[in-house]
Design a protein around this ligand. Structure first.
Ligand code: NAD
Length: 347
């Protein structure tokens, strides 16, 4: 159980979505840097196993909570990272209204907390705000090409609205809000079955099944290792003064999906074949960040090449698939501080 009465700690940090893929790595990094962490998660796509190395740490507490409902937190917060939102199309399309409300109502609630506590807030936005881009690479001043009625809109438009909330609060002087536009990120603890391209190809290769390629495989993506991303998130949170504009975080190396599949086959030693399926609706054709703003403002640039990051990710999935089943149960956790939803989910 966390002991809040005897700091020392650097900052009290709320990580919403801290049990997810990126969130769990961010919590680990912040703990290493001396912060007191309150992780808030409804376990929609997060997992207790992601918190295995954290749960007994004296500076870590977990609150199971949906950010669509209001939240009270103590002791006073210094930093809020809002990572809460299902990130894979398969998961966020399962309940599109909840996805949109997580970004809009959830961000509104966390901004209210930031205002109340005088805390900085970093919103995890996404390259999806650029939609199927007509400019390449994508710079932050590009306004995007999003289909607001398509199946991806619950995510894309929700994130765009969340950015609007952040910049309005900032302009009003009510909250020190910052916005990271995150591009495709991969690494250990991605969910094996959520349809994201890196994990899907690795699992298929390790299991000796055909690798699924959507469309011709000539569409491009950039892939950022999660440790590089977390370094960028912290740099953006800590930079002063507030940049007052969104900042792309991603790896500008651009690969076709076929090139990714070839690397996965080579690194796993798999003899799997490729099978081609139709491209999903509104799937972007090209995606590559222009990170000159992050380089100039944050002195940040990703360090981990794709081959090295893939090795690390493959090794994680090998370990997970070798793990004995059933996996050990985690003890239920209770928050060590005052935190309660004040209302039910409001729709
Ligand atoms: P993830 O699905 O692994 O993590 C999201 C976490 O948020 C999960 O633990 C989930 O249970 C939690 N969550 C979802 N809805 C919630 C709610 N209403 N209340 C409380 N918790 C909730 O996704 P991720 O890949 O770790 O992404 C983290 C953030 O970064 C997301 O906001 C995502 O949109 C953004 N992002 C990620 C990527 C990427 O490539 N991973 C790219 C762009 C943006």
């Amino acid at each position: 159980m966390r002991d809040d009465t005897h700091p020392p700690y650097r900052h009290h940090v709320l990580v919403a979505g801290g049990a997810g893929f990126v969130g769990s790595h961010l919590c680990e990094k912040l703990l290493r840097e001396g912060d007191l962490i309150t992780c808030v998660d409804n376990f929609l796509t997060g997992a207790r196993t992601n918190l295995a190395g954290l749960i007994d740490h004296p500076r870590f507490a977990l609150i199971e909570h949906d950010i669509c409902a209001r939240l009270e937190i103590g002791p006073p917060l210094d930093r809020i990272y809002n990572l809460a939102c299902a990130a894979s199309p398969k998961r966020y399309q399962a309940d599109p209204t909840h996805t949109m409300m997580t970004s809009v109502i959830g961000t509104h609630h966390l901004l209210a907390l930031a205002e109340l506590h005088g805390a900085r807030l970093l919103q995890a936005s996404t390259s999806e705000v650029y939609g199927d881009p007509e400019e390449h690479p994508q710079r932050e001043d590009y306004w995007g090409h999003v289909n607001c009625t398509g199946p991806r809109a619950c995510y894309d438009e929700g994130k765009r609205a969340a950015e609007t909330l952040c910049f309005d609060r900032l302009r009003q002087g009510r909250a020190d809000a910052r916005v990271a536009r995150i591009f495709n990120t991969y690494g250990p603890r991605m969910q094996a079955d959520d349809g994201r391209i890196v994990s899907t190809l690795i699992i298929q290769a390790l299991e000796g099944r055909p690798l699924t390629i959507y469309g011709t495989g000539t569409q491009t993506r950039s892939f950022c290792h999660v440790s590089d991303l977390c370094a960028g998130l912290v740099a953006l949170m800590e930079v002063a003064p507030n940049p007052g504009q969104p900042v792309n975080l991603g790896n500008p190396g651009e690969f076709t999906i076929l090139q990714l599949a070839e690397q996965v086959l080579a690194l796993t030693g798999s003899l799997s074949e490729l099978v081609f399926e139709p491209l999903p609706q509104d799937d972007p054709r090209r995606r590559r960040p222009d990170i000159s703003r992050a380089q100039a403002l944050l002195d940040w640039t990703p360090r981990i090449p794709l081959s090295e990051g893939l090795r690390d990710t493959i090794s994680h999935f090998r370990q997970v698939s070798d793990a004995p089943l059933p996996r050990p149960a985690f003890r239920p956790t209770t928050a060590t501080h005052d935190a309660a939803p004040l209302s039910g989910v409001p729709w």
